[in-house]
Design a protein around this ligand. Sequence first.
Ligand SMILES: CCCCCCCC(=O)SCCNC(=O)CCNC(=O)[C@H](O)C(C)(C)COP(=O)(O)OP(=O)(O)OC[C@H]1O[C@@H](n2cnc3c(N)ncnc32)[C@H](O)[C@@H]1OP(=O)(O)O
Length: 183
Amino acid sequence: MEAEVREPGDALAAPAGWRPLATHPVGAIIAHYAERSFVAGDPTGQGIRVRYAWRAMSPDEACVVTAAEPAALAARAWFGARAEGPPGHAHGGSMAAVLDEAMGLAVWLAHRAAVAAHLETDFRRPIPLGTTVTAETTVGPAEGTGKARATARLVGDDGTVFAEGSALFVLLGPRHTFAGGGA
Ligand SMILES: CCCCCCCC(=O)SCCNC(=O)CCNC(=O)[C@H](O)C(C)(C)COP(=O)(O)OP(=O)(O)OC[C@H]1O[C@@H](n2cnc3c(N)ncnc32)[C@H](O)[C@@H]1OP(=O)(O)O
């Protein structure tokens, strides 16, 4: 039997100073993919609900990237009964999945479409089911032949850091085969 879990209500709304991802010219395209994804693609389900947001960045912010109009990406994420791992708490895989997708989409927004090549996660505190957290991301500049590093953390509304992630993304080019696909 699934645990009784508090619904997020308005808690998934963009934080103050942030706007829904679909209102950003590039973000609108990215949001289209997020709507289909395993992580954010079930906005009313009992697993993970994720809503992305962006804000403009000033050129002197630490994680400035190469986009013409630098933008930061964050997410509000809620963990429901189907995201359960330890009793009453979020599964580590669900936390890592939120970190992975938030970092990935932040790289898409800063650079271009990319896939994770290497992902690390530190789990700092268990997330009680029914909790809404903010996924904060940073993205570094493009490196080498086309890769970028990103970080993300899941932060509670009281400032609790539940998990931290870092990842290397490979920026997709003509030699890659990720467009389309499926059976
Ligand atoms: C809604 C949208 C979702 C957003 C996405 C969310 C993120 C995801 O979950 S993506 C899905 C999970 N990821 C995958 O399935 C990727 C599977 N892996 C692959 O397809 C390939 O290994 C791929 C594309 C990452 C790299 O392949 P390829 O481009 O041939 O790599 P390659 O040329 O060897 O390496 C490119 C660079 O990356 C580096 N690199 C590649 N893999 C790694 C790795 N695991 N660790 C460290 N460095 C690596 C290489 O050293 C090289 O560096 P440099 O440019 O300095 O020489």
